[in-house]
Design a protein around this ligand. Sequence first.
Ligand SMILES: NC(=O)c1ccc[n+]([C@@H]2O[C@H](COP(=O)([O-])OP(=O)(O)OC[C@H]3O[C@@H](n4cnc5c(N)ncnc54)[C@H](OP(=O)(O)O)[C@@H]3O)[C@@H](O)[C@H]2O)c1
Length: 221
Amino acid sequence: MLNFHTPSPIAILGTGGVAQDLARGLIGLGHTVMLAGRDAADAAQRLAAFSAETGARTGSYAEAAAFGAAVFLAVKGTAAEAVLHAAGPALAGKLVIDATNPIADEAPDHGVLRFFTDRNDSLGERLQAAFPAVKIVKAFNTVGSAHFVRPSFAGGPGSMFIAGNDTEAKAAVARLIEAWGWEPYDVGRIEGARTTEPLCQLWCLPGFLRNDWVHAFKVIA
Ligand SMILES: NC(=O)c1ccc[n+]([C@@H]2O[C@H](COP(=O)([O-])OP(=O)(O)OC[C@H]3O[C@@H](n4cnc5c(N)ncnc54)[C@H](OP(=O)(O)O)[C@@H]3O)[C@@H](O)[C@H]2O)c1
């Protein structure tokens, strides 16, 4: 299993803000990174300046899946399953860190995001069920991506929730979470994503209501 302490090739399926923030953080730890979009040539063009600055490569979903010792999924939630299909067989046996949320296309209700899943279901579970050979770990979905890497909240390190069925895969993600200045908080098997995906609704609410995007969750005892 990949150890995030040893520089490794890491794939990121996605080219948006989340993908770029993950890429910067991973490159900062010495990893080599490939970001992927629906159209590899278009992704290369859109990310030309980012690639020149950071050294990140670009490619197709399948190229990135083959490249990465581990793979981040950082695409629109409605497209997540299709993107994993496009990534193809190279994903088999690999750790896939799922940062997506099941946000529906409809507008929020008074600041509360609409989901296309219900309370006894989650996108993380749907993806794990659809791709049983992949080791899905749900993480990095409960805070804005600007805060992923070494955030400085007045209240100290926040909790980064991890859900997944593979203990070793979760331990690897926990090492990365610690390296980025967070406290890993294990919410069990992938069904735990039912409890962490809605935290995205709670995290975004102050943003939509009063443009407050600087906060994180912390479990205290
Ligand atoms: N924004 C945050 O701070 C934050 C924090 C935690 C988690 N998340 C979650 O992380 C994921 C990525 O968020 P984001 O803000 O970076 O970007 P986004 O707008 O949610 O997604 C953009 C990415 O989705 C890809 N995509 C694939 N198929 C698509 C389709 N059919 N329609 C539209 N886009 C498609 C795009 O591909 P192309 O490259 O081809 O355009 C692009 O890379 C989301 O699931 C989000 O809920 C977001």
